[in-house]
Ligand binder design. Structure first.
Ligand SMILES: Nc1ncnc2c1ncn2[C@@H]1O[C@H](COP(=O)(O)OP(=O)(O)OP(=O)(O)O)[C@@H](O)[C@H]1O
Length: 290
């Protein structure tokens, strides 16, 4: 229970706020850097080198996916970007500043885990309210934000339900609503739809893209799926394992909004092929280096 509460708390909100080279893909998308990882290594206590010299800049308004073989450090990198796990060396900046000095309006971050990590004993509305309770935000404004978040994820009618009464997809929606009430600018999602069936996953992909556009989020999204990464992202960052590192940064230049037509287009197939090849290469590199 303590572990579960910790996971919920970790996810809920890390409220805070966070190289400007011209050939940087983040720059090309137009926004200023929201999170900048430079020369980051991460060595766990047991000696596992989870990340080695990782450089990654995500610009404002980008949708970046992290893709790579199991164990290549995607979650570790995301947690470092969330300030949930410290880098062993290198630097991380949020909105061009340190973790400590960021926070407040225009500089908030929220994290969504693979499992919805809802409190099973609390109704959906109470779950969604949790970050506001933790921030001691009450009153009409808070209630309005909860209403809006529930509406945006299509759960207006389920505020009084318990998580066990919802499908897996609806539970993920509740988890996204909980991240939304904090009005984040940077949303970090760790394989949020990995456990869902394809139809539900596709639908949630569309929901996230819609919200990304409406809310002006910057998103970093971990996935194992080439298709999901290509469908959602303007950049797919491919990582290799042992040690975890970035090996390719593929720009997906297809215009938004993307929908069913994009999924069946040759353009989509071409990007998927390209990313699959990069992934194969990354997997082979991990094996060789081991
Ligand atoms: N708390 C920890 N202590 C020690 N080693 C860890 C810890 N967390 C992760 N690792 C190791 O660090 C490496 C990277 O793990 P991480 O979970 O970041 O990879 P991943 O790419 O997200 O994997 P997956 O795709 O399977 O979720 C792995 O070898 C993993 O076993």
């Amino acid at each position: 229970m303590v572990k579960q509460l910790k996971a919920i708390r970790d996810e809920v909100v890390v409220s805070m706020t966070a190289s400007t080279k011209t050939d940087d893909p983040a720059r090309a998308f137009g926004g200023r850097p929201v999170v900048e990882v430079a020369g980051v290594d991460k060595v766990y206590g047991n000696g596992t080198v989870a990340l080695k010299e990782v450089d990654l800049t995500v610009g404002e308004g980008e949708f970046v996916s992290l893709l790579g073989p199991s164990g290549c450090g995607k979650s570790t990198l995301l947690r470092v970007m969330a300030g949930l796990g410290e880098a062993s060396s290198g630097t991380v900046k949020w909105w061009e500043q340190d973790y400590q000095v960021v926070g407040g309006k225009g500089r908030k971050l929220a994290f969504v885990f693979q499992n919805a990590t809802l409190m099973p004993w609390a109704r959906v509305r109470k779950n969604v309210r949790l970050p506001l309770d933790l921030a001691h935000e009450h009153g009409e404004d808070a209630e309005a934000r909860i209403d809006q978040a529930l509406e945006m994820v299509g759960l207006s009618k389920f505020g009084n339900a318990y998580p066990r009464e919802l499908s897996g997809g609806m539970q993920m929606r509740a988890s996204i609503a909980r991240a939304m009430v904090t009005e984040p600018n940077l949303l970090l999602m760790d394989e949020p739809f990995g456990a869902l069936d394809e139809m539900t996953r596709n639908r949630l992909n569309d929901d996230v893209l819609r919200l990304w556009k409406e809310k002006g989020w910057t998103v970093v999204f971990v996935t194992h799926s080439v298709y999901e990464a290509v469908y959602l992202s303007n950049r797919v960052v491919v990582m290799a394992a042992r040690p975890g590192r970035v090996v390719e940064d593929v720009r997906i230049d297809a215009p938004y909004p993307r929908g069913a037509e994009f999924r069946v287009s040759t353009e989509f197939a071409d990007y998927c092929r390209r990313v699959s090849l990069a992934l194969e290469k990354a997997s082979a590199q991990g094996e060789e280096d081991h």
